[in-house]
Ligand binder design. Structure first.
Ligand code: 7TS
Length: 410
């Protein structure tokens, strides 16, 4: 199996120092990118350079280092804006990750608007971080959570979505790409249908952002969230994109420094967007690292990465399908680069452990999507998830390691 001539996989791999690691004396085959991706030298160096040359707190000092750090922090926001095609930089709020972004919208957008009898519509394939914040806000307000079912293939039952969407629906929150199934959801149709009833839509883009071009303006998403660590950036940094009008209508999430214009004991005037939602010293290095990660992805091209990963997905699917006793969970027509699977008679944790012995890192577990496990009546799955640096040869290693696992258990 060869890679496309234009795609210089070796030079990409050379940019990721960790890929040289050996695990139990075997070359690392890192296929746990859905949990967290690895970092190119450009990201590591951006963070290193900040700490070595330009580090100080941001937005509060007139001295040179504070100005340099502030500029780097603000540049990162400009890069995110460009990457997701937001209309303006102040629609990009830095958070600690997708989870915090969703909680922020649940508490600051939904909670003040919800009352008993209202409904929030999510789907059966959400990560816990797009379930629990809505359950919490339902408990707080008396609103009810409605769930769009999925088919055996792992696709949303769109007729059910349309049936559940009603005047009672006050918010739709849906995952763009499922972390447990790989399904790419038809979010344009979902957003359009919701907007016909005046219902805003949050899109959980945690698993989409490293794999697909995202244009929040074309999608007309009201909110779009993701984490830096799933797109080759640092942990502890994430993004909440929100339409300016909606963000302006929302109260702040946390109170503290940087989110105010003036404070007296009688009255506090909040800062403008996006700082209203960024109380306290932010994750400066995280933002700078995320900016560098976006530069890196742009250099390769998100469309090019998507094409490479699609090739890996097709190849891996055809290889794994040939293995007796292996069942793929999630066979949607539209999938991004991950495969969940189970083996007859072998617990996914044992698969994970044996594969680790072969140098192959996958995730085994419920993937923080327990309702999906329940839907397919499995306790857990093993999941191989791909990134721009994975090779077709690594898929061969994965397949051989799975066959070895099956042989050990027979
Ligand atoms: N939404 C989806 C679809 C996710 O896959 C994840 C993390 C999150 C939200 C939460 O992101 P965080 O950065 O705020 O934690 N998913 C996974 C995973 O699949 N394996 O580990 C984490």
């Amino acid at each position: 199996m060869t890679n496309s001539a234009q795609y210089d996989i070796q030079s990409i791999r050379d940019d990721f120092p960790i890929l040289e690691r050996k695990i139990f004396d075997k070359p690392l085959v890192y296929l746990d990118n859905g949990a967290s991706t690895q970092h190119p030298t450009a990201v590591i160096n951006a963070v290193k350079n900040l700490y070595e040359h330009s580090y100080a707190n941001v937005h509060r000092g007139v001295h040179t280092l504070s100005q340099e750090a502030s500029n780097l922090y603000d540049d990162a926001r400009v890069k995110v804006r460009g990457f997701i095609h937001a209309s303006c930089v102040h629609e990009v709020v830095f958070t600690s990750g997708a989870t915090e972004s969703i909680n922020l919208v649940a508490q600051c957008y939904a909670r003040p608007r919800l009352k008993k009898g209202d409904e929030i519509l999510i789907t059966h394939m959400e990560h816990h971080s797009n379930i629990v914040p809505w359950q919490m806000v339902c408990e707080q307000t008396g609103a009810e959570l409605k769930v769009v079912p999925i088919s055996d293939k792992g696709e949303l039952e769109m007729d059910q979505f349309h049936a559940l969407l009603s005047e009672k629906t006050k918010m739709v929150s849906v995952v763009h790409v499922s972390n447990a199934l790989g399904t790419v959801n038809p979010i344009t149709s979902i957003i359009n249908a919701a907007h016909e009833l005046g219902v805003p839509v949050l899109v959980d883009g945690a698993q989409a952002i490293p794999h697909l071009p995202v244009n929040v303006k074309n999608l007309d998403a009201d909110f779009y969230v993701f984490s830096g660590h799933k797109i080759y950036g640092p942990t502890g940094i994430g993004v909440l994109y929100g339409k300016e009008k909606l963000l302006n209508e929302m109260p702040p999430y946390k109170g503290g420094g940087d989110m105010i214009l003036s404070v007296t004991f009688e009255e506090t005037i909040y800062n403008q967007l996006p700082y209203k939602f960024e109380a306290g010293t932010p994750n400066i290095a995280g933002a700078v690292g995320l900016g560098a990660a976006i530069d890196y992805v742009n250099k390769i091209g998100i469309g090019t990465i998507a094409a490479h990963e699609h090739g890996l997905l097709m190849y891996a699917t055809s290889k794994l399908e040939q293995i007796d006793g292996l069942r793929i969970i999630g066979e949607a027509d539209q999938k991004a680069g991950l495969i969940s699977f189970v083996l007859d008679g072998v617990h996914p944790h044992d698969i994970g452990t044996i594969l680790d012995g072969e140098g192959v890192a996958i995730r085994a577990g419920h993937h923080c999507a327990q309702p999906i496990m329940e839907r397919y009546n499995v306790p857990a799955t093993a999941r191989a998830s791909f990134a721009m640096y994975n090779t077709f040869q690594e898929i061969d290693v994965l397949a051989e390691a799975i066959k070895k696992t099956i042989n050990m258990f027979n």
